[in-house]
Ligand binder design. Sequence first.
Ligand code: GFB
Length: 332
Amino acid sequence: MQTSSGTEPNEPIDRSSPIYVAGHRGLVGAAVVQHLEREGFTNILTATRDELDLRNQSDVSEWFNINRPRYVLLVAGTVGGILANSTRPAEFIYDNMMIHGTVVHSAYETGVEKLLYLGSSCIYPRDATQPITEEELLTGPLEETNEWYAIAKIAGIKLCQAYRRQFGCNFISAMPTNLYGPGDNFDLTSSHVIPALMRKFHDSRSSADRSVEVWGTGSAMREFLHVDDLASACLFLLENYSGDSHINVGTGIDLSIRELAETIQSIVHPDAVINWDRSKPDGTPRKLLDISRLRALGWEPSVPLTEGLSSTYEWFLSSELAGQELRGIDSV
Ligand code: GFB
């Protein structure tokens, strides 16, 4: 049984410690690995999906027993935008519940010193008071387009708290707002709104028809965090926070989907014409996170949205994705 409380707040992690990034090929995991490398970590452990099925407890237990990570960043999961969430509920709830369960349990069994679990802002009730504080969790019904994913993510928070309470594990949780950045999934059936709109405006540049279909009414409000900022917040929390409550990670600023679409239009194809497809759902009306707790700990986001959108589009252009039919990559 693990009894240590692990790294205490403000204690830097030894850069040669074995640190496992679960989900290193996803948007978040790739950014986390890059950030750890920039910060001087020399023993970063990873495993591809072919090497390790994170949904299989015996495989995960064996991997932990062999590799013995001291720290774990649990940023793996099956993720996707509003359409994928509502059309593939079984995958979203099963994959995520299994992945969280196996990794948390193996981390406990092998005496991992500290684990950071990554949730999502969709854990909060659809009609939560804005901006949303951590206390809003489980105070009302969830948004129906993503309740399967949200339930799995809430279970992940509770797993960490349960292992902390029963076994003294130093497992913490971070709840990021909507994310974007280089390495995102640009497949239109499973992507989130930013890569979807970049892809659509980009494709309209080479099409005779300048119209771009944007889903919903445009009135939904969203907050967006660059994935490099999230990677920085994950390491910051690992080194500076050891509490029971999950911590929100965001920018504290949101905008409407209409404003977002117009901003992406101005970056990618100003002559395009936006057509609103009101048959598609808006999803939750607003989910702006209150980030006072994280700010009080001493962390601030650093990438302004327009700058992050421009650099993400540059990444898209420089990657091989811009000229290709995309495959459905939607797991982190
Ligand atoms: O990014 P998104 O799919 O996720 O959609 P959610 C955000 C908003 O953008 C919604 C609108 O109001 C969409 O209707 N939208 C407009 C589009 N055009 C498009 C488009 O072409 N593609 C997409 N995807 N959206 C997700 C949850 O909700 O947020 C997940 O489903 C997760 O569980 C994630 O929590 C962070 O913000 O609505």
